[in-house]
Design a binder for this molecule. Structure first.
Ligand SMILES: Cc1ncc(COP(=O)(O)O)c(C=O)c1O
Length: 371
């Protein structure tokens, strides 16, 4: 491709850039924190959705991959990856049929948090040669999916082990309520409490049912806080590969942020309004507000103009109303988005850069695989 070897400044915009040195540092750091605790990494690919980053994560010791959707798992299986956990519930005949087809190709695990989903999977898998591995989702405080820790999870486990076609593999949680704490000092306690509840739940299941039960956790703020409790088998962090402006709050600087959106200053209709060619279709609409550790002042951090605040977005426009005095029309700027994961879902390919030069172009193979 002619673009390889060109300067970042010569790329057309908007474009998503991945800083290879930062990416590799982030992957190595995550691997080290998890390995030091005696656990295994099964990174969540929702953040990057690329074969190239997944390959780097596996090369750094990851034991397998995590995704949110069957479609993402199919895309990664097509790219020759094996051992994938869909950390989400899969419901309906169309999906369970796809799960069967996929499980014939790769080692697959799927989340459940209700007997109804487990029965659907059991019906689809009961005549298969290999049982489907299922992981019980446990809510440790995020109040999204998941059964309560302890007896509720053990009760569901008891029902699952009786179903044909399924093999109970373990319990999992996304301790994502740590995103909402008001102060980073509170992170370790929140992460530890959630992970300890998981370890105790798995122990209860082992004791009651006499089966092995893996403990899978994962959230980037917990990883940043270095929390991997004894008894945790596997960590599924996602955002840690790229970080973003929100996670930079937790870390304290922007030096780990590997994903940026290259944009052009296109307009200054009035002295108080400067327009970038990156709107919701380049930065996503994620506004990390409120009194949480993820709060940012705008829709992204402009590296070249740290005082600039992107106060508004429409589809194709980013509106800077503060700190834009130094910006001139035609200038290219790099923006660290508030949330990296949805940004990966907005582009067909990303530019992997070293310093200011494009080294590779990566297809975002699991982009848009939302079913
Ligand atoms: C089920 C599940 N596991 C793991 C993760 C990874 O979280 P993070 O991106 O904070 O590392 C997420 C994030 O949304 C998730 O939903």
């Amino acid at each position: 491709l002619p673009v390889i070897g060109t300067a970042v400044a010569d790329l057309d915009t908007p474009a998503v850039l991945i800083d290879l040195d930062r990416l590799d540092r982030n992957i190595a750091h995550g691997a080290e924190v998890v390995a030091r605790a005696g656990a295994e990494m099964r990174p969540h690919c929702k953040t990057h959705k690329t074969a190239e980053v997944a390959r780097r994560q596996l090369a750094a010791g990851a034991v397998g991959l995590t995704v949110a959707k069957l479609g993402e798992a199919e895309a990664l299986a097509d790219a020759s990856f094996d051992d994938i956990f869909v950390a989400n519930e899969v419901v309906g005949a169309a999906k369970t049929a796809r799960a069967v087809a996929l499980a014939r190709r790769i080692t697959l695990a799927i989340g459940v948090d209700h007997l109804t989903q487990a029965q659907g999977l059991s019906a689809a898998f009961q005549d298969e040669a290999r049982p489907l591995r299922v992981m019980i989702e446990v809510d440790t405080g995020q109040q999204r999916g998941g059964v309560e820790p302890g007896p509720a999870a053990a009760g569901l486990a008891e029902q699952i082990v009786r179903l044909p076609g399924l093999q109970l593999a373990g319990v999992f949680t996304h301790e994502g309520h740590d995103y909402d704490v008001p102060d980073t000092d509170l992170l370790p306690a929140v992460g530890r409490t959630a992970q300890q509840a998981m370890v105790a739940t798995a122990q209860l299941i082992r004791e009651r049912l006499g089966v092995p039960c893996r403990v899978s956790v994962g959230s980037t703020p917990s990883l940043i806080a270095g929390v991997v409790e004894p008894g945790v088998d596997e960590v599924r962090t996602g955002t840690y590969v790229y970080y973003d402006a929100s996670m930079a709050n937790v870390i304290g600087d922007f030096d780990s942020c590997a994903l940026t959106v290259l944009a052009t200053v296109v307009n200054r209709p009035t002295s108080s309004r400067t327009i970038l060619d990156a709107g919701t279709k380049a930065l996503s609409h994620d506004r990390r507000g409120g009194a949480t550790i993820l709060h940012t002042p705008g829709y992204g951090h402009v590296l070249e103009h740290p005082e600039a605040v992107i106060t508004g977005l429409s589809d194709e426009h980013g509106v800077v109303t503060r700190g834009a005095e130094g910006m001139r029309i035609g200038e290219k700027v790099r923006i660290i988005p508030n949330h990296a994961c949805p940004v990966s879902n907005l582009v067909d390919s990303v530019y992997a850069i070293r310093g200011d030069v494009v080294e590779e172009v990566w297809k975002v193979v699991a982009r848009g695989r939302t079913t």
